[in-house]
Design a binder for this molecule. Structure first.
Ligand code: NI
Length: 134
């Protein structure tokens, strides 16, 4: 189990002022939380570069009226069944479906899966968020 560690940082005062502005804008309760998030994002990026295992959430919004599209998106997910953990389909409104796919595996494979899904005709919006598993 990890424990909280306190450490000192020396930083240029102008940079700190800008950082405090960022913290305020982003509604961080403390500098510690903001710094912790930045370090975490940096390490996830490093895990991705090294090809370590990460978790990914893929969000898609697509046209409900293209019937063949749902099958195509499902086929793609079946091709990646070894990394897809779950998917949830929500009928967003009369015209649009929202699907959230959760995957775990090597970042390049999750990115390939995302690319195939987003490149499918009828997909209006897509976003991938990666998270570290360490
Ligand atoms: Ni739907």
């Amino acid at each position: 189990m990890s424990v909280l560690v306190r450490f000192g940082v020396s930083i240029d005062d102008d940079l700190l002022k800008r950082f405090d502005g960022y913290i305020k804008e982003k509604d961080y309760p403390t500098r510690s939380k903001a710094i912790s998030d930045l370090i975490s994002a940096c390490l996830v990026e490093q895990d991705c570069i090294k090809g370590d295992e990460v978790a990914g959430t893929i969000t898609l919004v697509y046209d409900h009226h293209r019937r063949e599209l749902v099958n195509r998106l499902t086929d793609i997910q079946h091709d990646y069944h070894h990394i897809v953990l779950s998917s949830q389909h929500i009928h967003l409104d009369h015209h649009n479906c929202l699907e959230v796919i959760i995957a775990k595996g090597k970042s390049d494979e999750i990115e390939k899966l995302t690319q195939k899904l987003k490149a499918t005709k009828g997909v209006k919006h897509s976003a991938l968020t990666m998270a570290g598993t360490k």
